[in-house]
Design a binder for this molecule. Structure first.
Ligand SMILES: Cc1cc2nc3c(=O)[nH]c(=O)nc-3n(C[C@H](O)[C@H](O)[C@H](O)COP(=O)(O)OP(=O)(O)OC[C@H]3O[C@@H](n4cnc5c(N)ncnc54)[C@H](O)[C@@H]3O)c2cc1C
Length: 384
């Protein structure tokens, strides 16, 4: 295998997997009629699709076979993820469970938790939300105020989480809460994680509707919610270390580059044969950036697959990748201005662009803002 093949994840076994997922997606789309979407990993929730995908063996790839998964590596998962994004498939329902909670359970979960949850995640049927951010604790996550106090047989949880994607549809939420009072000298100490049932008494889920009318965010309030000891994730007091390793999985995937790939493909399709050189060059340059970013992202996945730390590089890819996503929206808009709107390709481009414009500001915020990630990169390079 050449170095170029390695950077493209073209190893023979990965190529086979890529062909298999492509065939599954083509057949599933023919049968069920879903349309490729922008930002489908966050905005397209389809529990039946997630279950069919899992049934075909494309969820839980890195979960060991003893827990119902396929026991494959990060790169296998990368290839499948990449194809799901490139096809704009409706994957939001199982995304967070498969991406970050399965690895967390494998690293920190008890054996009972692994046996209970991992097979359901691998079946695409455990839908989970991320309960980290609060009104005054986003970039500065150590300012989280949600508290859990020990009670008979478990914990009592109180506080409010915000920007919680999919909480109104999910089964469980992983909540980061304080279990010891704040020590200003050690702000990151005293946190713990809880895997909370979203239908528990005392939970209120209020929608936060986006300006385009979409509902995927929520504000989730916990009022004295009882969480049994069995649903503590990992060790009490170790929440900060656990959450930072979870963020590594959250930030490093191809969804930080490919949220607009359906738009880019539509732009290429809409490009007329007689496009002026400047327009063709702009589309070509964007595509070339995508290939380079993809190779950078695959090199991060290879690093993770070999068990090494890739936090700084993952932050760099997310910064470059999400800015690329935003640039792709601008380019598609410029291109559309020059097209005959009656042509079917232009109509498709306009339809995708309408959603992409509304989602574009979110790309550089979610999963940690770019400004904050640049701080991570600077520290990783020893310059801060
Ligand atoms: C689409 C989307 C989905 C999300 N889903 C979830 C979810 O499911 N669960 C969840 O818990 N959270 C979720 N979030 C929240 C997300 O993680 C936060 O929005 C993000 O961490 C930023 O926090 P904040 O919004 O409080 O902004 P703030 O932290 O208040 O930041 C405001 C501005 O100040 C800048 N800033 C802050 N600190 C620094 C610094 N030290 N140096 C330089 N600049 C700085 C930021 O870059 C930003 O521009 C989601 C967000 C989005 C956009």
């Amino acid at each position: 295998m050449t170095q170029f093949d390695a950077l493209c994840a073209n190893d023979p076994e990965l190529s086979e997997l890529r062909t298999a997922i492509r065939e599954f997606l083509a057949a599933d789309r023919d049968e069920h009629g879903w349309e490729p979407a922008i930002d489908s990993w966050l905005a397209r929730w389809d529990a039946d699709f997630s279950a069919r995908l899992a049934e075909a063996g494309f969820v839980g790839l890195t979960i060991p076979t003893e827990y119902g998964g396929r026991g494959l590596g990060h790169l296998h998962r990368y290839v499948v993820t990449e194809e799901l994004l490139a096809h704009g498939a409706p994957v939001a329902a199982h995304w967070f469970s498969d991406r970050q909670f399965a690895p967390s359970l494998l690293s920190y979960g008890s054996d009972e938790q692994r046996r209970e949850f991992l097979p359901v995640i691998a079946a695409g049927k455990l839908h989970a939300a991320i309960g980290m951010s609060e009104h005054d604790a986003g970039s500065d996550l150590a300012a989280v105020k949600t508290r859990a106090s020990q009670v008979d047989g478990g914990w009592s949880l109180s506080g409010t989480k915000v920007w919680t994607s999919g909480a109104h549809l999910a089964h469980r939420i992983v909540v980061l809460a304080r279990t010891s009072p704040l020590d200003p000298e050690h702000r990151h100490a005293g946190f713990s994680q809880f895997f909370v049932k979203l239908d528990s008494p005392g939970i209120t889920i209020d929608p936060i509707v986006q300006m385009g009318g979409e509902h995927h965010f929520n504000e989730v309030t916990f009022d004295d919610v009882f969480v049994p000891d069995a649903d503590v994730l990992g060790s009490i007091g170790d929440g900060w270390r656990q959450v930072t390793s979870e963020l590594g999985f959250e930030r490093s995937g191809p969804e930080r580059i490919l949220s607009t790939v359906t738009l880019i493909v539509a732009a290429i399709r809409a490009l007329p044969d007689d496009a002026d050189d400047g327009t063709a060059a702009a589309v070509g340059e964007l595509f070339a950036r995508m290939i380079s970013l993809r190779q950078l992202s695959i090199s991060v996945a290879r690093t993770l697959a070999s068990g090494e730390d890739a936090a700084t590089r993952a932050a760099l890819v997310k910064d470059l990748g999400t800015r690329f996503e935003q640039d792709s929206v601008e380019l598609a808009a410029d291109l559309l201005d020059r097209l005959d709107r009656q042509a079917p390709e232009a109509a498709r481009l306009a339809e995708l662009l309408a959603t992409a414009r509304l989602h574009s500001p979110l790309f550089t915020l979610r999963g940690g803002t770019n400004e904050v990630l640049r701080g991570v990169v600077a520290r990783g390079m020893g310059v801060r």
